[in-house]
Design a protein around this ligand. Structure first.
Ligand code: ZN
Length: 297
């Protein structure tokens, strides 16, 4: 049985936003069992659950919100919460973006562990599927298959010098912290220069992204396959918008925020329609995620 968790205390973060370059602050607060994860924007005037229905843009990051207010780049913070199994938390945002920090989820994850991962007396909601779902977008594909544990196999094939990378990972809290959380956002030097010229990626620097020049990475890699690890980090954050623990076997080829948003919205809709997906408190044994994370080295 999986039980719900929240934080032992509030965790605060401040820094620059990657895309806007604006100062951003966010406070993640504990919540009671059953509350779920939610966003609070505009000084408390705008509140909504962290669910796929509230995704409003996926071009460069996952943006959530309502007609009245939005917040960008939520995927790394949500990834740390979901990856560490924090079901109940209020994400109070001050600014149009979540701070990028070092481009990974490491600082979020460390602070959440420091604040305490507190077990609550309620069973966790789990999303399961009774049949495979396949989502495609150009040459990207996402397969969501029945499973009793959250497993992600991810393949990318980027232009040189990144190339093809693959990872096969079974996710529980410990694996997330050690294997996924510190993988950084990445980009190519020529793209960064073009984005800057267009007034985008204003907060970007070598301190908050893994940048590849034609001859290789401009800062040391944290893993040889750090890029695909970051893609898994993003997927976990985007799938947090299911609003339930994904007991899913996911196979991704080159998927990104847009396909993730389509998949999570469709899976939630299927669950509400009783059409091949279910969101329910899981009472069966599902905490058996493989202990080891197997990375293709
Ligand atoms: Zn990312």
């Amino acid at each position: 049985m999986q039980v719900q968790r929240t934080l032992g205390a509030a965790a605060r973060f401040a820094g620059v936003g990657l895309h806007t370059g604006a100062d951003a602050r966010v406070c993640v607060e504990p919540q009671p069992a059953g509350a779920g994860r939610s966003f609070v924007l505009a000084g408390g005037d705008v509140t909504f659950p962290a669910h796929a229905e509230f995704v409003v843009d996926t071009k460069r990051a996952t943006v959530v919100g309502t007609r009245d207010a939005t917040v960008s780049t939520v995927e790394h913070l949500l990834s740390a919460l979901a990856g560490l199994g924090v079901d109940n938390a209020r994400i109070v945002c001050d600014g149009p973006e979540i701070p990028i920090l070092d481009g990974s989820a490491a600082e979020f994850a460390r602070a959440f562990v420091r604040a305490g991962l507190v077990t609550q007396g309620a069973t966790r909601d789990v999303l399961t599927v009774a049949r495979p779902f396949v989502f495609t977008d150009g040459d990207a594909m996402l397969v969501v298959a029945p499973s009793d544990a959250f497993r992600v196999r991810f393949a990318v094939d980027f232009a040189p010098p990144v190339g093809a990378q693959f990872i096969d990972t079974a996710l529980d809290g410990n694996d997330y912290f050690a294997e996924i959380a510190a993988a950084r956002t990445f980009g190519y030097l020529h793209e960064v220069e073009a984005l800057r010229a267009a007034g985008l990626a204003r907060g970007g620097s070598l301190e908050n992204a893994l940048v590849f020049a034609p001859e290789g990475p401009m800062t040391p890699l944290r893993w040889h396959n750090e890029v695909v690890r970051h893609k898994v980090l993003d997927l976990i954050g985007d799938f947090a918008l299911l609003g339930a623990w994904p007991a899913l076997d996911i196979v991704s080829v080159k998927s990104g925020h847009r396909l993730h948003a389509r998949a999570t919205a469709a899976l939630r809709a299927s669950a509400f329609a009783g059409d091949g997906a279910t969101i329910a408190p899981q009472t069966a044994r599902v905490g058996s995620a493989r202990a080891e994370t197997r990375a293709a080295r």
